[in-house]
Design a protein. Structure first.
Length: 122
């Protein structure tokens, strides 16, 4: 092993040795969670900060504004497209049933004719 690899390995080992174990991580997490304010306190802090802002700035904040409905126009277009397609299909079906001559049946196919006589040579 080269000298650089040994020194890198020793450095990694020292860093790993300094890391806390699982119990210490859990204790630090619990302590951090206890220090965090609850939702009501956060809302009060927010309201206090908003009150300190100038009116032109606080008026632009998206606080207590209803969420915009996404894809509303797309849904309308899709709905009317489906309605139009359904009506067009119903009209086409009704026209085909009311027609005197059927538009397509399986019996309309005629096989190609068979040649009669011998072909003439050119």
């Amino acid at each position: 092993m080269s000298k650089a690899k040994k020194s890198m390995k020793e450095h990694v080992d020292t860093v790993v040795d300094q890391l806390p174990d699982k119990k210490e991580w859990a204790a630090m997490r619990d302590e951090l969670i206890e220090r965090l304010p609850d939702k009501d306190e956060l809302l009060e802090m927010r309201d206090g900060l908003v009150d300190k802002l100038p009116d032109e700035v606080s008026g632009k904040l998206p606080i207590d504004q209803p969420k915009k409905k996404r894809f509303r126009r797309t849904r309308k277009v899709a709905f009317w497209g489906l309605v139009t397609a359904a009506v067009a299909g119903a009209v086409a079906f009704a026209k085909s049933k009311m027609a005197e001559k059927p538009t397509y049946t399986s019996s309309t196919y005629t096989p190609p004719g068979t040649p009669t006589g011998r072909p003439t040579s050119v």
